[in-house]
Design a protein around this ligand. Structure first.
Ligand SMILES: [Zn+2]
Length: 257
């Protein structure tokens, strides 16, 4: 059994065949999928999908690249959605210096708001970090020093070992997506090998970041099995043992069954 801890199933690319996508995930041993929003509308769509498909749980929030385009009332919608029992985490939130779609101080303000909301609701946080590792660690450390260990995951992790260790020391989990399987990504596999087995998660980030051997095609939750197989190789354990461990980790962090 596997849990895909990060997928964007509200995406247009799943509009025509989502039931078949979910059937293939089940056939591949994926017992649960977390579908995540990037703004108020896609978060609401994620919640609606969970009502239609019991295999899904939702994560709601405003992704850093979308904080500048928020409409009045959008944050209040997030506050309302986190009360839904099918919402298992807050996010994705974080910081992004790769795109220039939102002023950095506004990203920081909303990252802080999400962290605070998650603490208030006792929910974990899904963190997006792109070319902003030092800033994310700085903000997490400020929260950690005031409030203690942080229930959160660094999603689609592609940072260095120092970033991973800093996050682990504050209680976070590290999640790997398809990039882990890319031939030229030995450096990420070397970082992955240093993560304790009880803190590691797998995800697809569907429809993005498709693992080998499907790189270039649309990603879908069934393909999390390829990232899991790669990670099992990194740790030198069986795919079954890796699946069991990452699924247990996801269940404990997101309180899902
Ligand atoms: Zn994502």
């Amino acid at each position: 059994m596997l849990i895909d801890t990060h997928a964007h199933l509200d995406d247009d690319r799943f509009r025509d065949d989502l039931p078949a996508v979910l059937d293939r995930a089940t056939a591949a041993g994926v017992s649960r999928i977390l579908t995540i929003g990037v703004d108020a509308d896609t978060s609401a769509a994620a919640v609606r999908l969970t009502e239609q498909y019991p295999v899904l749980a939702a994560v709601v929030g405003i992704q850093p690249n979308h904080v500048a385009e928020m409409k009045p009332g959008d944050w209040e919608r997030v506050l309302e959605m986190v009360q839904n029992p099918r919402v298992v985490a807050v996010g994705e939130t974080g910081l992004d210096r790769y795109w220039d779609r939102a002023p950095f101080p506004l990203q920081e303000e909303f990252f802080d708001r999400h962290l605070q909301l998650a603490r208030e609701r006792n929910l974990p946080v899904v963190i997006h970090c792109r070319e902003a590792e030092a800033d994310v660690v700085r903000m997490l450390r400020a929260a950690f020093e005031r409030h203690g260990p942080i229930a959160a995951v660094m999603h689609s992790f592609c940072g260095d070992s120092a970033t991973a260790q800093a996050c682990l020391a504050m209680g976070l989990h590290i999640s790997f997506a398809g990039m882990l399987t890319f031939k030229n990504n030995d450096s990420l596999r070397q970082v992955a090998a240093t993560i304790p087995l009880d803190r590691v998660l797998v995800e697809t980030d569907s429809p993005y970041l498709t693992p080998m051997p499907f790189r270039g095609k649309r990603n879908e939750p069934a393909y999390v099995a390829h990232t899991a197989a790669c990670l099992a190789g990194v740790f030198g354990i069986s795919v079954e043992a890796l699946a069991e461990k990452t699924t247990e980790n996801a269940r404990l962090l997101f309180k899902v069954i």
